[in-house]
Write a protein that binds this ligand. Structure first.
Ligand code: ZN
Ligand code: ZN
Length: 495
């Protein structure tokens, strides 16, 4: 599942990857197809399928996801970042640096002259323009047309229920329509503050459009999670509602596809295979599970609900997380000790449509998230965690013996080894090979007391720890430096 991150937390290389993918999409012509779709939606007014109505949020969720998938065709590592304007509110924010979005417009023309989307690069000429518009360079005019939403304005908007209200358009009350509150009071000012190209029907010409709308989508997802009983409104067939805005209406311009997206089909963003980097922070408390206890009964009570669990592994070994029942659930396993690090996800490896994850786990706290396979369905299930029947076999390394061969076979795998120190003194634990191993030394006599950790003190990207050790049993854990990395290595202990 792709993780959409706050743009301010992106590394330099993550920013470069996003920019490169956007420019590649521009170069192959697909970017401008997206711009034209957005312009066409506006030009369909008063039958705009995307704005000033209930489907404002679903339409842009679908639109952003399609754009993101197009970027991922070019670079699978890329996700759309979000711009949290409650924090990054000035022209000095790193968002506007020359290595990312570039800066404000300059001079009377408001032309953007810095960064990768400056006209002078020759790679960012606007070809989809609003009717009557002739300017083919990107323009911005920070702050000239309004100010960015504040945190308190966002908080107030997120308190509005229900989702939408009659007359289901831009006249819906911003105190009884979350959608119109978010659209008119929070979203529109973002376009206006950036100004220039972002004011147009062709506003996706400015790549910051995607980051702005990503934040709007994130706020909708938070509102959904915080208001699990508030459903999308209105149902299809409600009088006076523009086509595309009812719950089960196919959304133009995708309405001629074999199974066209509808507002209903995008209600659960996890089912669209992406998540936001801050979701765990606002999730309900995880329910603790006890290893080898009877299965705990639970239910997905609302469409889009995600249930969270945790369990503590005290001894490394093989563990099975499994669901039972007739509900088609999807289970994600996270950790150790970090709710945001996905180990693996499973849909149907268990009985019937149940999930089953079997994994070698090191000591630590793990987190489990359970959702329905369908973002619109509910149902009962039970969930259990069992430890391996046999005591896990931890390979032994002979001190001053031959190196032991190992492999990080899967993302996030942790391999545990043990060795026994008989005479006190400095012992060097070291990996060899071309895999960027990360070594953790634990003990003595347990797998939880940290002695030392090392990434690259050995040759190349190998790990090396030299430690003065008293007699006792020690444990060495190997993982890949990258959470997604795999590869072979060997490990040895010498005096
Ligand atoms: Zn739009
Ligand atoms: Zn917009």
């Amino acid at each position: 599942m792709g993780i959409r991150k706050n743009q301010s937390s992106l590394t330099t290389s993550e920013k470069a990857a996003f920019v490169a993918a956007v420019k590649a999409l521009k170069a192959n012509g697909d970017y401008d197809v997206f711009v034209a779709q957005h312009r066409a939606a506006f030009m369909a007014s008063p039958n705009d399928p995307a704005h000033r109505g209930p489907a404002f949020l679903p339409w842009h969720r679908e639109y952003l996801r399609r754009f993101e998938l197009a970027l991922q065709q070019i670079d699978p590592s890329v996700s759309i970042p979000y711009w949290d304007w409650t924090v990054d509110r000035t022209a000095g924010a790193s968002l506007w640096a020359a290595n990312f979005m570039g800066g404000n417009g300059a001079g009377a023309s408001r032309q953007v002259t810095t960064g990768p989307f400056a006209f002078s690069t020759g790679e960012w000429t606007l070809t989809v323009l609003d009717p009557g518009d002739t300017i083919t360079f990107l323009t911005r005019a920070f702050g000239a047309m309004g100010s960015l939403p504040t945190q308190s304005a966002v908080d107030a908007a997120k308190n509005v229920v229900p989702y939408d209200s009659s007359p289901w358009n831009s006249n819906s009350s911003t105190s009884t329509s979350f959608r119109n509150r978010l659209e008119a009071v929070i979203h529109n000012p973002g376009h206006m503050w950036v100004g220039g190209s972002m004011m147009a029907m062709s506003s996706p010409n400015d790549p910051v459009f995607w980051l702005h709308h990503c934040n709007i989508d994130r706020l909708w997802a938070e509102w959904q999670r915080e208001n699990p009983t508030e459903n999308y409104l209105p149902p299809s067939g409600t009088p006076g509602v523009v086509a595309g805005h009812g719950l089960d209406d196919p959304m133009p311009p995708w309405d001629n596809e074999t199974s066209p997206p509808t507002p209903r089909s995008v209600l659960d963003h996890h089912a669209l295979d992406y998540t936001y980097d801050n979701e765990e922070a606002v999730s309900p408390e995880a329910v603790p599970l006890t290893i080898d206890a009877p299965a705990a009964s639970a239910s997905i009570g609302q469409a889009g609900e995600v249930d969270a669990y945790s369990f503590v592994v005290s001894a490394a070994g093989s563990y099975v997380v499994e669901t039972q029942g007739s509900t088609d659930v999807v289970v994600g396993l996270y950790g150790p000790n970090d709710m945001a690090v996905l180990i693996t996800e499973d849909d149907d490896s268990g009985a019937a449509t149940n999930s089953r994850i079997e994994r070698n786990l090191s000591a630590g706290t793990y987190y489990v998230r359970v959702r329905h396979y369908s973002g619109t369905s509910v149902g009962n299930y039970s969930i259990s965690v069992r430890g391996s029947a046999a005591q896990p076999i931890i390979p032994t390394i002979q001190v001053n013996g031959p190196a032991v061969q190992g492999t990080i076979a899967a993302a996030n795998e942790r391999d545990m080894y043990t060795f026994t120190v008989t005479s006190p003194g400095t012992h060097t634990i070291e990996t060899a090979g071309n895999t960027d191993c990360f070594l953790t030394l634990l003990g003595p006599g347990n797998q939880t007391t940290l002695i030392a950790q090392d990434d690259d003190s050995g040759p190349g990207t190998n790990s090396r720890i030299a430690a003065n050790l008293a007699p006792g049993v020690y444990f060495a854990q190997i993982r890949h430096y990258s959470p997604s990395g795999t590869g072979p290595y060997s490990i040895s202990v010498r005096t």
